[in-house]
Structure formats: C-alpha cells, structure tokens
Design a protein around this ligand. Sequence first.
Ligand SMILES: [Zn+2]
Ligand SMILES: [Zn+2]
Length: 278
Amino acid sequence: MSRAQVIILGSGTPNAEADRVSAGVAVAVDGQPYLFDCGHGIVQRVAQAHASGKIAWDTTTLARLFVTHLHADHSVGLPDLLFTPWIHGREEALVAFGPPGLKRMARHILLAYEENIREHRAAHPSSEQGYKIDVSEIKDGLCYQDERVEVRALSADHGDLAAFSYKVVTPVGTVVISGDTKPVAAFADWARGCDVLIHEVYSSARFGDLPPAWQRYHSRVHTSAIELAALARAVRPRLLLLYHQLFWGLGPDELVAEVTDGYDGQVVSTNDLDVFDL
Ligand SMILES: [Zn+2]
Ligand SMILES: [Zn+2]
C-alpha cells in the first residue's frame, strides 16, 4: 500500500512574514517528494521538517519541481534548490516543469553562479549532474508521469503572467494545487472530487479597506474567500487547505470562517511545516 502526504513548506505570499516563507508545497509519495513552487526558504523548511522527524526524505531527494508561475514568491528559491541539495550530495539533475520563461530563468541562474559551479566542481568530490536543471515549458494536460504519480496542468488566470494549477494523482488520492489565480471557469470540473484542494485566498471582509488600485489588482488575479467558498461547493474536496493567504490583519480562524460561511466542508488555514496524510 502506497503512502502519500502533503507538506506545506511555505504558506506565505510576497509579504515578508515572521513565521511564513513564500510559496512551496511538497506532495510526497512513498518517500519521494514532488515540489510545487520554490519561494524563499523552501529548502530550509525541508531541512527543518527532516530534522524534526516530520519527513523521512531530505533535501537531496528534491529532484522534481513544478512551477505554477514566475512571480518571485514562487520561484526566487530556485538557485537554492539547484545548488544546496547538490552540495548536500544530490546526484541527479533537477527535472522542472513550468510556464514559458522558466528555461530562460534557469539558464541565467546557472550563468550567475558560473564561478561557484566551476570552483565547487574543481575543489570537492561532487556529482556531475546534481546542479543541472532539465526544464520543460508546459501546456495544459498531462505534463509528468512516473510509477508513483501523474501530474496534470490547467491554465490559471493570474493577469498577464502565464500560470498553471496542478493536479497530482497518486495511488492513494488526488491533490490539486491552485497556484495564484482568480477563479477559472474550467477549474471546478477539472478538480472535482479531489481529496485535497490547496487553494490561495484573500479576505473578502478586508478587501474593502484596500486602496482602489489594489482592489482592482487583487480582484483581477486572486481568489476571494467568497469566491473560494463557491468554488469549493462545486469541487467538494475531502479537505480544503488555505495557503498563500492574504489576511490583511485578520486571524486564521476569521479567514476560515469567511470560507465556511458559504461552504460546509472541512477547511484548514495552513502554516509552514503542516503535514497532512492522504
Ligand atoms: Zn504569489
Ligand atoms: Zn503570483
């Protein structure tokens, strides 16, 4: 019998927060992690989860990455993800999937760290492959498959930036990760009946306090608690996990209450290092 877990590595946003790093979620199946986004602090969160015994796998097993979009809070940890696990002993190249622009970003990171790579390879015993990255720029549909998982992508709506939501089908259940997006018409059918829905959200109650320009921005590229409740009624996940939460001064319980006002399923406001069994 397979075992699958969701590990919230980063539950935050672009805002620097004391207790939250930016976006990153791992779905681990039989000890093999599949990482969705790599904002700042994600590699350290893996080390913390490993050190505290929450997960058996360590940073050297991070070898599959799915990027929702190229905003920095979802991708600024990519250099860390390339070089730190390599230095810890990762043998294989990082295999990465994401929107157009990811290949260019990866190429430029390798260029930026050319001196480090040259010196490290000359000075230490190190893997020939462990710092490399093999990028596929994806479209909607099946983007990855191995003996443990199938990963499917659906175009998200995050303004001018190409963005995807991902669905991870494991032997013991299905996880859907929204990435950053406003509600998309095709999403509910695509995600329906998933076991765990991990979705971004902003406070509907505090939205009115924002300056008009920020109201226009957030309503165009993100999902409000009221919109998420409607979406959850259509998807009916076994468990709805809130991440990338824009609280704007509210507490986690109040944000959950905004969603459960319009949705009667189980809803959890996640924190970094929360682990959920599938
Ligand atoms: Zn974001
Ligand atoms: Zn974004």
